[in-house]
Write a new protein. Structure first.
Length: 543
């Protein structure tokens, strides 16, 4: 629509905030709970997000974006995570320019790709670098956070209502515009509120307002939450509260003790309230699913040495109590501890969505594990456009398989009939009991005679297994060897037949019958390292 002026009168859309919220208008994108998982619903049908996130500056240029769209299609990407820059959207206060967003939406439609909008508003990677110039330059009206020495940081204060109101107005205008221009097509399916919120270089702000609130009582709303969820609190928070005798009133240090951890809890509450107020304002205009993401800390770092107070796992209760309009808390991965952090993020019924992960070959294995084991709604490496050879990207080969399997995955998501594996030299195999069978899924190099099996470092491999019948399984992925046994040992499990094939529009099309050398004369199912495939396996029992 080009440039618009903010309309002060907005249409009010009723919504139910919180995790797994079903929107009152079921015709817009929303989240639906299925078993242990949550699913993105688009046009009232479940949708698996095989995503990629743009580098920070790519979406700021229409010309720069032109060659990116074919790359995404070559990698079988069906969802693009793209920034929306506050400074470009509202270059002058109250005057909005949606031309960049409109161009992205139109191009996405042409290439059959959905969009997740990343609101680069008050904070991006802790800093306020995407705030408009009229905000940055007027520090009296839009005050900054201060460190312990009283020095201002390049960070808008979370304790000033004027900062919040300016962000709310812009975010509401964006959501109103998307509702008016896209609610029928549903190209935009989800929104990230801010980006990697976190405080640096201290655990909390030291403005006059922040210091005063830190000395006051913990809000009654949070104290009620603690009492109501006493047995379900994450251990990290529960330990601090228990150590103080689980008080039902008092200031922050009375309730949680003295130290940086308490300062981080305090800051997290106020960051979450701020993000929640932004999300609530946006949802009144157009109640799309919304999430926040966190920069994960490195081992041994203290609050303030990492971006503190964001939606981190040890602060999950604080964020869920304070930000009920936020549907998902998400991790950004730039460390190798993939299983560890995912385990933390699926606590408290939090759906797993991985909006940002380092773009590297290992993603091709991790995506199978995230979707198969955790029931992740989606997966999205950062700077997806940076590849020069999209047709050769390992991730694209995995996305090709997952795209074919999407109907089966979405049907079995959240159930005991689907599992994912992630394997390397440290975790060479894992077992999965499914029905009357036990499957042992191993790294291809455990065979010994596989090429490079004697290397000290093995490439990560992964796969997804779906039980589709009493004696039938779909096995897909890369670098896997699968053997079968009867769980109660009453019989021997044999491979009746194994077919390699593809799915076309949800229908199985067998290619090669793999009995013989390919399944080692009935000993195992194998997909070698460096190869990707789908096999449909039927078992039988004998004694």
């Amino acid at each position: 629509m080009g440039k618009q002026w903010l309309l002060l009168v907005m249409n009010v859309w009723l919504f139910l905030p919180g995790a797994y919220a079903r929107q009152t208008n079921g015709d817009i994108p929303h989240l639906r709970r299925q078993g242990r998982s949550a699913q993105m619903m688009v046009h009232n049908r479940p949708f698996l997000m095989l995503g990629g996130e743009l580098g920070n500056s790519s979406a700021s240029s229409l010309a720069y974006m032109q060659p990116i769209w074919p790359k995404l299609q070559q990698m079988h990407v069906n969802t693009l995570l793209t920034p929306v820059y506050w400074e470009l959207m509202e270059p002058e206060e109250g005057r909005f320019d949606f031309s960049l967003t409109d161009s992205l939406v139109q191009s996405a439609r042409q290439h059959n790709i959905k969009l997740v909008l990343l609101w680069f508003g008050s904070w991006k990677n802790s800093m306020s670098c995407y705030a408009p110039a009229w905000v940055k330059k007027n520090t009296r009206r839009f005050p900054r956070a201060k460190n312990e020495q009283g020095k201002s940081e390049e960070i808008l204060s979370a304790f000033d209502k004027r900062n919040l109101e300016a962000d709310q107005r812009a975010f509401t205008a964006l959501l109103q515009h998307i509702r008016e221009t896209d609610s029928r097509e549903q190209t935009v399916i989800m929104v990230q509120v801010e980006n990697e919120i976190g405080m640096l270089p201290n655990a909390r702000e030291h403005t006059t307002a922040a210091d005063a609130l830190f000395k006051q009582d913990v809000p009654a709303e949070l104290l009620r939450y603690l009492q109501q969820h006493k047995q379900e609190l994450v251990p990290e928070l529960k330990a601090r509260w228990d150590a103080q005798g689980t008080p039902s009133k008092g200031n922050w240090e009375t309730v949680f003790g003295k130290g940086l951890s308490t300062e981080e809890i305090f800051q997290a509450w106020h960051y979450a309230r701020y993000a929640n107020a932004v999300a609530e304002a946006g949802k009144k205009a157009y109640p799309l699913p919304m999430y926040v993401n966190a920069a994960l800390p490195r081992p041994g770092k203290l609050p303030g040495e990492y971006p503190s107070a964001g939606p981190l796992p040890h602060l999950m209760d604080i964020w869920q109590a304070a930000a009920t309009a936020i549907d998902v808390l998400s991790p950004d991965f730039y460390n190798p501890d993939f299983k560890y952090w995912n385990d933390l993020y699926v606590r408290k019924n939090n759906p797993l969505f991985i909006p940002e992960i380092r773009f590297e070959p290992a993603d091709a294995a991790k995506v199978f594990y995230a979707i198969g084991h955790y029931g992740a709604m989606g997966f999205s490496p950062f700077s997806i456009e940076s590849t020069d050879k999209p047709e050769e990207e390992p991730l694209g080969k995995s996305y090709n398989i997952l795209q074919q399997l999407s109907p089966l995955i979405l049907e079995h998501q959240g159930s005991d009939q689907m599992e994912g594996v992630l394997l390397d030299e440290r975790t060479g195999s894992q077992e999965w009991k499914s029905g009357t069978y036990t499957l042992k899924i191993s790294h291809d190099y455990t065979l010994g005679w596989s090429p490079a099996a004697k290397d000290t470092s093995w490439p990560q491999t992964g796969g997804i297994i779906i039980q589709t019948g009493e004696d039938e399984y779909i096995i897909a992925g890369t670098g896997l060897v699968v053997t079968f046994s009867v769980s109660d040992k009453s019989d021997i499990a044999g491979i009746l037949q194994a077919d390699e094939g593809i799915y076309v529009e949800g229908k199985w099309q067998p290619r090669r019958r793999m009995n013989g050398d390919q399944d080692h004369q009935g000993r195992h199912i194998r997909i070698p390292v460096g190869e990707w495939g789908i096999q449909r396996v039927k078992l039988y029992r004998y004694n």
